[in-house]
Design a protein around this ligand. Sequence first.
Ligand code: DGJ
Length: 714
Amino acid sequence: MVTTPTSLNKTPAERFLHLQSANNSLIVQLEPAPAIVYWGNKFSREQPLSAALFDAPVGQARLDSHIPLALCPEQGRGDFGSPGIEGHRNGKDWAPVFELISVTESLSSARLTISDPRASLEIMIELALDEDSDVLTLKQRLINTGSADYTVNRFALTLPLAETFSDIISFHGRWSHEFQMQRTPLEHSGFIQENRRGRTSHESFPGMIALHPNSNDLSGDVIGMHFGWSGNHRLQAQVKSDGRRYIQAEALLAAGEVILPPGEAFDTPTLYAVFSANGLNGMMQKFHQYVRSSLLQFPPSSARPVHFNTWEGIYFDHQPRRIMAMADAVARLGVERFILDDGWFINRDNDTRALGDWQVDKRKYPDGLTPMIDHINQLGMEFGLWVEPEMVSKDSELFRNHPDWMLGLDTLGYTQPSGRYQFVLDLQNQDAYHYLLSSLDTLLTEHNIAYLKWDMNRELVQAGHDSRPAYHLQTLALYQLIDDLRARHPYVEIESCASGGGRIDYEVLKRTHRFWTSDCNDALERQRIQQGMQLFFPPEVMGSHIGPRQSHTTRRCHDMSLRGITALFGHMGAELDPIGLEDNELRAFARYIGLHKQYRPLLHHGKCFNLPSHDPNTRIYGVMDDSVTLLAVAQLAMPQYALSGQLRLPVLCANKRYRVEVLDSPAAFSHTMKHKPVWMDKPLTIQGDQLIQIGLSLPLMDPESAMLLSFTLV
Ligand code: DGJ
């Protein structure tokens, strides 16, 4: 039997919302429960929407009506998938079924309020398409309208996917190996990723991409999504037995973590998602556009200074004279900001002690930091300082005086494992919070500090506040702490670091300026890490340093060109001991820093792209604006074939001419190549359509090498 939804009697305009952005349309069917029924390429709002398009059949041996895949899927309505809300009021009010009570809409956004008076719950759903970038933001608020507490077990954001999205790309990783991509089919089963580490994590970046099986970098439909949250999360992509698909994202809550008192509200973090009909490149460009226009607090008119960081150069061995000599050396290379990493504060001689004691160590710096900062400033560089505010070492004055400021369940008799020999401060403890705020405020007030590298090297285990789970509120308190500090020091930039790339997400980016992408400065590893990260984050926030010839994290050796070209495509820096470097290596550093500065406006404002290669060990990527395209070819491992094929450039314009120039290539190619393609010898001018269709014959590149090309409009 086929049922007819009663809402067919209403006019389409009453039953549907049609939101639009530059290239996309999104249709929400309002009844029986608000559900996105279309999201994709834009179509006109001029013609009335044909409601018949959305009427679904009802199959035998199933419920007798079609159950929408709602923005908040409800178990009580008969949705057998993952509910949008799970909770109870002392065992009751566990199966709410909501009714739409109000709608506010503009051309590109809507706010819907749904309510279940029986369960005394109300949900506000906010959807907005960014008019320029097409990025969709979705967030929800749950309000307890009852007179008793409501326990929230789950509160999730749900986005449907068309049935054609049958592949997903997810991200996994570990310390020094972040943003590893995995593409798998999404059929008859689901994918669930759970992060319980208390920070965004190296292991489970909160992002996912759904795509057609034949979508690639250049073409095809792609939906990218990122959950902007620096705490625990659950992400899923599910296929229902009827073939409908959806993605769901939520803050993962510990048992009993959220108990809402009467009248109080609980907010989800924001889900960012984008539909692109132009493959992964289109998705990446839209995310970059959105980050640049809507999230970043960095003035677009300022250039991001080239960094030098002391960590891998000296670790904990802080000697001001030597550090000033390092500053002299790197100033000559073109460095613009000098960052003093871990080891400067009282008794911090190694990683087992002193976290929490944020005063300058007078044994190491008898005259304080100021003479060194003055020296660095006189060299024309800004000064930056490393801190790790959320942490405490048991061997610290802070812990000895305030053992109760530690996040944990120790008072109940539990013992938590340390991580890097350290523990976490309870940011909900107001005394601990204000101690941190005033310590950081004092440091920034008393010194000319332009930049803080804000580290976080331990995961949260037994995160208890007053014996209750505190993962969620700890994360919100961290945001508040950064916000409060920024309100006092609005011109100080902040880098988000968590043992490298353990806290990289849009919510922390709203209040920071750069990410420390990974502790791995091995250029080969960095190629893949940066490829994954760049799908969501533009190069200017991706910290990338040229390290020493032998990597400290992998012990691999790489020549300067792979190291330089790899670091060039991010927010560039250098990290090593510059003293004692051979002249030719110093010249090479200066050269890559110079190249970065020359192309910095393009690198930090242009459009990024990846190009396919028939060799899975070759990575081709670049950045372009209206006049210049900068392109890197990186050979990551032994080429699969004896010839490297053609470099075709579909991103160029067919009817324009380009000056093709090799800006950098390995100092020498191995004897595997007897003849180098002639186009590499000197700049040539070539017609766009020839570069698009025929392409340039790539040289035979050695494993772990790279070259840099430019294509300049003539
Ligand atoms: C971990 C960071 O990722 C490193 O870059 C460095 O700052 C160390 N912490 C310092 O302890």
